[in-house]
Design a protein around this ligand. Sequence first.
Ligand SMILES: Nc1ncnc2c1ncn2[C@@H]1O[C@H](COP(=O)(O)OP(=O)(O)O)[C@@H](O)[C@H]1O
Ligand SMILES: [Mg+2]
Ligand SMILES: [Zn+2]
Length: 387
Amino acid sequence: MGGMTSPAIDRIQAALARVNDPEIKRPITDLDMVENIDVDDTGKVTVTVLLTVAGCPMKDTITRDVTNEVSTVEGVTGVEVVLGVMTAEQRSSLQETLRGGQAQREIPFAQPDSLTKVYAIASGKGGVGKSSVTVNLAIAMAKQGLKVGIVDADIYGHSVPAMLGVADTRPTQVEDLIMPVPTPSGVSVISIGMLKPRRDQVVAWRGPMLDRALVQMLSDVYWGDLDVLFLDLPPGTGDVAISLGQHLPSAEVLVVTTPQEAAAEVAERAGTMASMMHQRVIGVIENMSFLPCPHCGPEHRLEVFGSGGGARVASTLGARFGYDVKLLGAIPLDVSLREGGDSGKPIVESDPTAPGAVVLSDIAQGLSGRGRGLAGMQLGLSPTAKG
Ligand SMILES: Nc1ncnc2c1ncn2[C@@H]1O[C@H](COP(=O)(O)OP(=O)(O)O)[C@@H](O)[C@H]1O
Ligand SMILES: [Mg+2]
Ligand SMILES: [Zn+2]
């Protein structure tokens, strides 16, 4: 350490404790990432920060945050951030800290004391807006102050990272622990597309390999203390639904459908599959429900894809399972919703007063009104749980 008095060093350390690692979301001082602090006679501070891996995509963020915080300390005239890289030994001790004694291959969300609500978003077929609904509900909840993560498990079109503006980001790995990718909206994401050796590689995800990938995204990713985890499932009733049912039966299922008869029918099958895997279907979201008439205004709804699909799926599933399955909302066709997805800035954030955003925010509000930690009560609510 340099020639300044120790109180100044204390204050610099306190400032550094306000800098979170952007991926791990904990203070860099707790993670042993600050290797050295040096202060010269003129008040210039040099901080050496150890990155978890060389070429860490977050290095600019860390440099900026360290500079900003240390600059606020009285007497500091300048800040230089020197970036180093952890040794293998330092990384494995960090991994141990992060695991906090938790066994490998254990899914934290499946533990009886987990407080994280897990919502699996299912649909009968692709293109109905499942991913759009997932990212917008997630961001709406993050805006309410909840800690939210998304697992993009759609093997056919892993589009969630692009919708969140992080299409080309690869996750950082600390030994065999994977950091979820932080996004501008505060939601963290891991996509099955990120687990491929190369992004352009075509992988036929099936059976055991798919099961391993799903378990990896749930247990080998450092999710921290999440309030809500969303899973964007592939459309249909395939292998992922079975794996999820086996590893995370406490996940609650939301079914997305369009108003069309045919779409409603396949959506019912997806819902039935979830129930067979002992997951509770808590609601149906109808998307692309209507187009607000450009002439008369929103009172006149143009039913481009027919009508009634959402209500039909909800009542059919409710009757089949013997409990109430609600239609949680009807999202209109909205150009800005598509644009938000294409540009990586989902509508609830980029255009929160747009009609589609308002409905999505209302649905999110209703879901989080059910409260954190309800997962543990699910057994009591289930009609089949008690004899
Ligand atoms: N309510 C809506 N209004 C306008 N476009 C929408 C709406 N919902 C989804 N889209 C667009 O439709 C396409 C398919 O949506 P996506 O969320 O990718 O569906 P899925 O995940 O079910 O395949 C995307 O281009 C998306 O932006
Ligand atoms: Mg999708
Ligand atoms: Zn009209």
